[in-house]
Write a protein that binds this ligand. Structure first.
Ligand code: IMP
Ligand code: MG
Length: 178
């Protein structure tokens, strides 16, 4: 697996340090008391697991499966909710976690749905944000790292289902993609 990596973009120590900072920021912004953390599967699993273990506040965990279709023209992109049930968030403070902000469609759609379902407050956090113009004008409230607009894997992010368990974020060798 590691032989497929051209270069490490963000190493484990950098991720650890940044997660410490992000949790401090979150602790400052959320009022005391329990929150609901919504994890977008599968990409945000690793990020969420490391982030949440740094939090000392009471929290509940919910997971959501969504599919985003990027085919066709940019404007035709839609986000489908694949779960039978949507988490109960009425009146709750919600922290929404995703792996990466790319077009912004996923985070935009899920944050809107959480607000529609009556969440008192929705704050969003992503490990990575690609530096590009987005289909949806959205930025996360907390961004781990801004990266160039290139395809990355590791630390939860996959290429064709693989590489999620790499402990760092890296770029695949050109020969691996195709
Ligand atoms: P968005 O709706 O375009 O912002 O898409 C976000 C989703 O696309 C993420 O949750 C990832 O699953 C996937 N994605 C976007 N860029 C990458 C990448 O560079 N590597 C792996 N997955 C990516
Ligand atoms: Mg994915």
């Amino acid at each position: 697996m590691r032989n497929d990596i051209e270069r490490v973009l963000i190493d484990e120590a950098s991720i650890r340090n940044r997660l410490d900072e992000m949790v401090s920021e979150m602790d400052r912004d959320f009022p005391e008391g329990p929150i609901v953390v919504v994890i977008l599967l599968k990409g945000a699993l690793v990020f969420a697991s490391d982030l949440l273990r740094r939090m000392e506040r009471p929290l509940e965990i919910e997971c959501l499966n969504v599919a985003s279709y990027h085919g066709g023209t940019e404007s035709s992109g839609t986000v489908d909710f694949l779960d039978r049930h949507f988490p109960e968030v009425r009146g709750r403070h919600v922290l929404l976690l995703d792996d990466i902000l790319d077009t912004g469609r996923t985070l935009h759609a899920v944050a809107n749905r959480l607000r529609e379902e009556g969440a008192a407050k929705v704050l969003t956090a992503v490990l990575l944000a690609k530096n590009k113009s987005r289909a949806e004008a959205i930025s996360a409230d907390y961004t781990g790292f801004e990266i160039d607009d290139e395809f990355v894997v590791g630390y939860g992010l996959d290429y064709r289902g693989r590489y999620r368990n790499l402990p760092y974020v890296g770029i695949l060798k050109a020969g691996v993609i195709g």
